[in-house]
Unconditional design. Structure first.
Length: 94
């Protein structure tokens, strides 16, 4: 998979959430990640939300992205909330 992002947006994300986009992109390796269309924020482009683990460890992330050509463009990323983690692990049967 090819990933891209706006460098300034990444700096803001690091400042706000302590998470760089290179690390956030690892969530796409999680074969069990949850993904859905972000209807609320898709006025100008289709946006999606994915929640998953990084490298099989219990760091669950929520990542917002869009698809641009062959690339996945990361928009924001943060650690999942308690409710989002419950949703993720509930879908895994845990």
């Amino acid at each position: 998979m090819l990933f891209e992002w706006d460098e300034n947006k990444e700096k803001i994300n690091i400042s706000k959430h302590g998470l760089d986009f290179s690390t956030a992109a690892l969530v796409f390796r999680d074969q069990n990640r949850l993904e859905w269309f972000d209807e609320l924020h898709s006025d100008y482009e289709d946006r999606y939300i994915t929640i998953g683990e990084i490298n099989g460890i219990a760091v669950v992330l929520m990542v917002v992205y869009t698809e641009r050509g062959d690339a996945i463009r990361l928009i924001s990323a943060r650690k999942a909330t308690k409710q989002e983690r419950r949703m993720y692990y509930g879908a895994q049967g845990n």
